[in-house]
Design a protein around this ligand. Structure first.
Ligand SMILES: NC(=O)c1ccc[n+]([C@@H]2O[C@H](COP(=O)([O-])OP(=O)(O)OC[C@H]3O[C@@H](n4cnc5c(N)ncnc54)[C@H](OP(=O)(O)O)[C@@H]3O)[C@@H](O)[C@H]2O)c1
Length: 342
């Protein structure tokens, strides 16, 4: 039986509900949205576990959420952070099977940017010993999304388009696509990342700041005929590229890294070319995918991290106690996740 302290250090939400804005996953000062607190250790209810944090990651969804721009409302005073890795130190009724295991988790109830976290047992994945704590902190949200979306893309031909391809998720999808014999077409903002994406398996890499990018994309599109555009940017360029795709193309919007709202310029394509615009949200996928299929995906995800086909790039390490003053600056670094430790 683990002896627990009376209280825990946590980084908590400063505001309630939704903000009504859509300014994107960027912050200038963490203190606008978060504050530090000493809170009682949460108690796991039936079907829940209490986890002692090892590592938590910072995802764009965390930033949308703390700003009130995500698909669920904020609860003021509760810890922030959706995803992490830690040890189960107490289990509620029905969740005893997870007692003492190291798990990757998605926080549902109290957030991951705290010394202790309560979540549902269904939101926990016991980790193989050969998965590192860094990989454990980013084991669920991006990897499951990558598996689900590439699976969707491969139903529609062998080429598909990935925007923000230098994101952690973009890199996972690129190498997974290559491993499955597909042809990922990667869009990046920075020329110096082209080679990295090619090495990760992109069949083509286009730089979005290139003045000819739409024409170059149209030429590639005419040859490779991608029918799925997995888009995390959703700006006007995304719309132009979608317009350059062949008939029956699907613009699958799953993130909003771009700050501008795109205007639809060729609505006739939706009618006469059978094109579609749709969304993807992992939460929805988890609710609609049978548990046995999810388990197969989880097993494959862990195998890919264990044998090095996938890895979590780390751009900066912060502790819970130095998170607030350093988070905004840490997020300005490209190529990797900010990892938080207690
Ligand atoms: N719908 C879902 O279920 C779901 C699940 C998981 C993730 N997501 C979304 O997937 C996206 C990627 O997540 P992640 O965790 O992989 O992100 P990440 O590793 O934190 O990377 C984000 C990267 O995107 C690039 N970027 C940022 N702003 C951009 C812009 N305006 N235009 C183009 N590129 C931009 C930056 O790379 P450079 O500096 O190299 O350009 C940045 O490093 C996010 O939008 C996230 O919300 C959605």
């Amino acid at each position: 039986m683990t002896t627990l302290p009376a209280s825990m250090f946590a980084t908590i939400l400063k505001h309630d509900g939704y903000s009504g804005t859509m300014t994107g996953p960027v912050i200038e000062n963490a203190a606008d949205w978060l504050t530090e607190a000493e809170l009682p250790i949460p108690e796991p209810g039936p079907g829940q576990v209490l986890i002692r944090l090892r590592t938590a990651s910072v995802n764009p969804s965390d930033l949308h959420f703390i700003k009130g721009e995500y698909g669920q409302p904020r609860v003021q005073g509760t810890p922030a952070g959706f995803e992490g890795c830690g040890d189960v130190v107490a289990a509620g009724k029905g969740a005893e099977a997870l007692q003492d295991l190291r798990v990757a988790f998605v926080a549902a109830g109290s957030g991951a940017w705290a010394e202790y976290v309560v979540t549902q047992m269904q939101m926990c994945i016991p980790l193989r010993p050969d998965i590192s704590d860094d990989d454990g902190a980013a084991q669920i949200i991006n990897p499951l999304t990558a598996m689900a979306m590439v699976d969707m893309a491969k139903e529609d031909g062998d080429a598909f388009v990935i925007s923000a391809a230098t994101s952690q998720l973009g890199k996972l999808m690129c190498s997974l696509g290559r491993d499955l014999g597909l042809k990922p077409i990667a869009l990046v903002r920075r020329t110096e990342t082209v080679e990295t994406l090619k090495q990760l398996g992109a069949a083509e890499v286009l730089v979005t700041t290139d003045a000819d990018v739409v024409q170059k994309f149209a030429d590639i599109s005419a040859t490779l005929k991608p029918r799925v555009f997995l888009d995390a940017v959703m700006d006007q360029l995304s719309e132009q590229l979608f317009c350059a795709m062949p008939n029956r193309a699907r613009w699958v919007c799953y993130g909003k890294l771009g700050s501008d709202a795109p205007t639809l310029t060729q609505t006739g394509q939706l009618i006469f070319m059978g094109k579609r615009i749709e969304g993807f949200w992992l939460t929805q996928w988890m609710m609609s995918t049978p548990p046995a299929d999810q388990m197969r995906v989880v097993t494959e995800v862990q195998a890919r991290f264990a044998d090095g086909r996938w890895k979590t790039d780390v751009s900066e390490r912060l502790t819970l106690r130095n998170l607030m003053p350093n988070l905004a600056a840490a997020l300005k670094k490209s190529d990797g996740k900010v990892i938080i430790t207690p």
